[in-house]
Design a binder for this molecule. Structure first.
Ligand code: AMP
Length: 176
């Protein structure tokens, strides 16, 4: 009998050399298309965060926009998008960062979060952590009560967790 973790890890497809040579791309769409895997994953995420007082889930464009709103609905929390430059229509703040391949910037609406919020930042995958670190820096500038960070899975060999401040709880549901 397989564990839920094994079932989910097996459902993720590896694409060698995408989008550039040398990258082992973890394609999570194969987990999402399997109804049972999607249920297992959303259940595991809900169990992990149901007692943490989360008021806002912040999802990172674009793969953080899938489980982010699903979890927000289950936790009765709001959902906030962090997006690439030029996409959000109202006043924004911005942070730039290096990633496993290339560089990028992210933005959030300045009125997205307030000092009473307990924020859970969510993305699909932790590689170097650069994207999430920039997202954390954005959210910190809006002064929430507390910040937690969640990934569906992490690539452990890259030690991405180490770049986060020690007072931020960083968790992933699955590890590679
Ligand atoms: P990083 O900032 O290095 O932690 O990169 C994380 C972001 O890039 C996430 O949004 C991932 O979706 C994407 N990403 C980075 N490396 C991979 C990979 N090997 N497979 C799939 N997605 C990746």
């Amino acid at each position: 009998m397989k564990t839920n973790e094994e079932r989910l890890i097996e459902s993720i497809r590896n694409i060698p050399d995408f989008p550039i040579p040398g990258i082992q791309f973890k394609d999570i769409t194969t987990l999402f298309k399997d109804a049972e895997c999607l249920q297992i994953l959303s259940g595991m995420m809900y169990e992990r965060y149901k007692n943490k007082g989360i008021t806002k889930i912040v999802g990172i464009e674009s793969r953080g926009f899938i489980m982010g709103p699903i979890l927000a609905t289950k936790l009765n929390a709001g959902f906030i998008p962090i997006r690439k430059p030029g996409k959000l229509p109202a006043e924004t703040i911005e942070e730039c960062y290096n990633k496993e391949y290339g560089t990028d910037c992210v933005q959030i609406h300045t009125d997205a979060i307030n000092e009473n919020d307990v924020v859970l930042l969510h993305d699909d995958l932790l590689a170097t952590g650069g994207t999430m670190k920039a997202a954390c820096n954005l959210v910190k500038r809006l002064n929430p009560k507390r910040i937690c960070v969640n990934f569906i899975f992490e690539l452990e060999g890259l030690n991405g967790k180490e770049i986060f401040d020690k007072n931020i709880e960083v968790e992933s549901i699955l590890k590679f």
